[in-house]
Design a protein around this ligand. Structure first.
Ligand code: 13P
Length: 347
């Protein structure tokens, strides 16, 4: 068996990954499902309506200078069909800002049968047809998130394998449709587990994912990995330092992620916005020239939350919230280069 041929279709996928992994930029995740969006809005007293979601996403997409630090944005089915209040389709706004559009295509994590406390992501039914439609609308990449929970005696092999299989089937369908798959196996930070335990579970999850990706003939050069950072559990009394998180995260990736993968774009997973920037920065400072892939961000909460806290659904707060959003994009763009400094937060 020889090396598989690099076809024009693969070259297109590679070109998309290059646009997504541009220097000094990262991926903005704004693909919250309606239930997730409603939870975040409810906490701030924002109405949980289509129009409030549209207004929030208009605020994000019309932030002046967003494209300076954001290469690409992950949209949700509702959002990709929406427009600004003056009728400009969101896809046009993105094109003008030079931001590549993508789309979340999974149907969410559901209870895994016979495995209490564990989940499996659904959404393969009719995925081929849905991808063709999104590609025609202009989406160039897609996202699918699998969720792995750490607990007493979990994750099970059944959970790791079912989720890896789903991710690999999804990724192969994306590449068939000419779209770059973002492959997101998220090991949650919930729990009192140690950094070492998170490292062990993340390593097992990533090994399983790449084995399945290989088996389903996914071209590594035409995909992006979106992993969790390796962290101490949120309730663990001992919290690892920024440097430990950076080093353990990259070491786990070096053991599991082929060098042919062009980019790793981390999720934030509930870390504070500033810690997420600090940790990404430390990876890029400490592993400069030693990691084979781009290390960047694909944050939702760590970019959006500070701005949403200010906006709270008030039209009068739009400009102020956009400034905060732009600032977080800038800080993460700097962290992607290893040039972020905590004093950038004092404004
Ligand atoms: P967070 O950065 O809030 O973890 O979201 C990233 C994401 O896209 C989850 O699927």
């Amino acid at each position: 068996m020889g090396l598989r041929e690099v076809t024009p279709a693969v070259r297109d996928l590679v070109a998309t990954t290059q646009a997504m992994m541009q220097a000094g930029k990262g991926i903005l995740a704004m693909d919250e499902s309606n239930p997730t969006s409603s939870r975040r809005f409810a906490k701030l007293g924002i109405p949980q309506t289509v129009d409030a979601r549209r207004a929030w996403r208009e605020l994000i997409l019309t932030t002046p200078g967003l494209g300076d630090y954001i290469s690409s944005a992950i949209l949700y089915d509702e959002t990709i069909r929406q427009a600004t209040a003056d009728g400009t389709p969101f896809l046009t706004v993105l094109a003008k800002a030079g931001i590549v559009p993508g789309i979340k295509v999974d149907a969410g994590a559901k209870e895994l049968a016979a495995h209490p406390g564990e989940k499996v992501t659904e959404g393969l039914d009719r995925l081929r047809e849905r991808l063709v439609e999104y590609r025609q609308m202009g989406a160039r990449f897609a996202k699918w998130r699998a969720v792995i929970t750490i607990g007493k005696e979990i994750p099970s092999r059944a959970c790791l394998e079912a989720n890896a299989h789903g991710l690999a089937r999804y990724a192969a369908l994306c590449q068939e449709a000419g779209m770059v798959p973002i492959v997101e196996p998220e090991v949650l930070m919930d729990g009192d587990h140690t950094l070492e335990r998170c490292a062990e579970v993340t390593e097992a999850a990533l090994h399983t994912v790449f084995e399945q990706l290989y088996r389903q003939c996914v071209v590594f050069e035409g995909m992006i990995l979106k992993p969790n950072m390796v962290l101490s559990g949120a309730d663990c009394p001992v919290q690892a330092s920024v440097e430990e998180v950076a080093d353990v995260t990259v070491k786990v990736l070096l053991r599991t992620v082929p060098a042919a993968v062009p980019g790793v774009a981390f999720l934030s997973g509930g870390q504070s916005a500033e810690l997420a920037s600090l940790r990404l920065n430390a990876m890029n400072v400490r592993w400069r020239g030693k990691a084979p892939w781009v290390l960047t961000f694909s944050f939702s909460r760590a970019i959006q939350q500070p701005a949403m806290d200010l906006w709270r659904g008030e039209a009068s707060q739009v400009a102020a919230a956009q400034k905060v959003l732009h600032h977080r994009a800038l800080c993460n763009g700097m962290a992607r280069r290893g040039e972020y400094r905590p004093d950038m937060e004092a404004r």
